[in-house]
Design a protein around this ligand. Structure first.
Ligand code: AQP
Length: 336
């Protein structure tokens, strides 16, 4: 990234190290990161601080964060082109989040859909972090003067809040933050659960058949696609009243680069069993090299740590400039 022209706009995105990285995360987020990493100065974080909003087993959490980091690299994120790092390694995230808290209203946070959903799911642990999640996300984005945030459709509301906070701060003081735009792809922005095709594929779904990991073994992938919920018709068509089949068509199209129309033409009357088999195979083939590279990388923890260290150092150099500017603007005393 340091070799790239500094005037390239900045991209920021991340995934929380919870559950598994699903094919939904890949299609909705990571595949776009890969497309964009040549044209932008990209920064991709493991959002480990965000993951603390839900109780984690420390040993499993540490292992999962490293596994996610290896999966980022195995997918093709390139440390020579992009900054790839752990959010918790750059202390400016929490520093800016605290400051931005003072420019965010409680009512804005309590109306967030994700807060409502997660509060319902974790009723025994509705902590301040869960409420504050979007402010930390705003801090992640604004810290790097991000122009573009490639995310899935479910993050649109959080992105809007980040824009509101940036505008509010800029209006009170003077232009300080770049106001970020979202990048939400037209197709694949929301991949649905294989068991309930009206709700999104979630990486912490307690039903193991609902989501597929990008490093899952071939047999398990095939089994899940064979069991995918469809409907009681037999025709393969992309229609609103056929959410299961439509979801499988989107996945198939994303895996192969073929248009949905082309796939429908081929599978329209072939029956669901043949269709599901083909979708499963396309997923297995697409992720086979990623899984192999992931296994190789996980045997080289020294390399993974060196990439993480370099990423954190580069990220911090940018973050430090923003936080210094913010502190100056709001009137905190500088140590000279
Ligand atoms: N189903 C999806 N389709 C398309 N994009 C998706 N994203 C998430 N799910 C889909 C995008 O992936 C990025 C990371 O999001 P996240 O870390 O919030 O993961 P998640 O899968 O959305 O997490 P869950 O399901 O809420 O589980 P927990 O609670 O464990 O984190 C984002 O860009 C998101 O839009």
């Amino acid at each position: 990234m340091e070799n790239q022209p500094i005037n390239k706009p900045i991209i920021y995105s991340g995934i929380q190290p919870t559950g598994i990285i699903t094919i939904g995360n890949y299609i909705g987020a990571i595949s776009n990161w890969l497309k964009l990493q040549d044209d932008y100065n990209s920064i991709y974080g493991i959002a480990d601080l965000h993951a603390l909003t839900v109780r984690q087993n420390p040993a499993e959490f540490r292992a999962r964060a490293m596994s996610f980091f290896a999966q980022y690299l195995a997918c093709g994120l390139d440390p020579a082109k992009s900054i790839i790092y752990f959010q918790s390694h750059v202390k400016e995230h929490t520093e800016l989040a605290w400051i931005l808290n003072c420019y965010t209203y409680i009512g804005e946070m309590t109306r967030m859909t994700q807060f409502k959903d997660k509060s319902a799911k974790h009723q025994d642990n509705i902590n301040m972090g869960l409420l504050d999640y979007p402010v930390l996300m705003a801090a992640d984005i604004l810290l790097y003067q991000t122009a573009l945030v490639p995310v899935g459709a479910d993050q649109k509301q959080h992105l809007e809040i980040a824009r509101d906070i940036a505008n509010r701060f800029n209006n009170i003081y003077s232009p300080t933050f770049v106001v970020p735009e979202g990048y939400i792809a037209k197709q694949g922005a929301k991949i649905y659960s294989l068991q309930d095709p009206t709700s999104k594929m979630s990486k912490s779904d307690p039903d193991a058949n609902a989501a597929v990991s990008i490093i899952e073994d071939a047999d398990s992938i095939m089994r899940k696609f064979k069991r995918a919920v469809t409907d009681c018709e037999t025709v393969v068509e992309y229609r609103e009243d056929k959410p299961g089949v439509s979801n499988l068509l989107t996945i198939f199209s994303e895996m192969t680069g073929r248009t949905i129309e082309d796939i429908v033409n081929e599978y329209h009357d072939k029956g669901y069993a043949t269709f599901k088999q083909a979708v499963g195979e396309s997923v297995v083939e697409r992720f086979r090299p990623i899984r192999e590279e992931y296994n190789r990388l996980m045997n080289d923890k020294g390399y993974l740590m060196s990439v993480a260290k370099e990423g954190a150092e580069k990220a911090q150099r940018i973050a430090y400039k923003t936080i210094a500017k913010v502190k100056r603007k709001i009137g905190l005393t500088e140590l000279k």
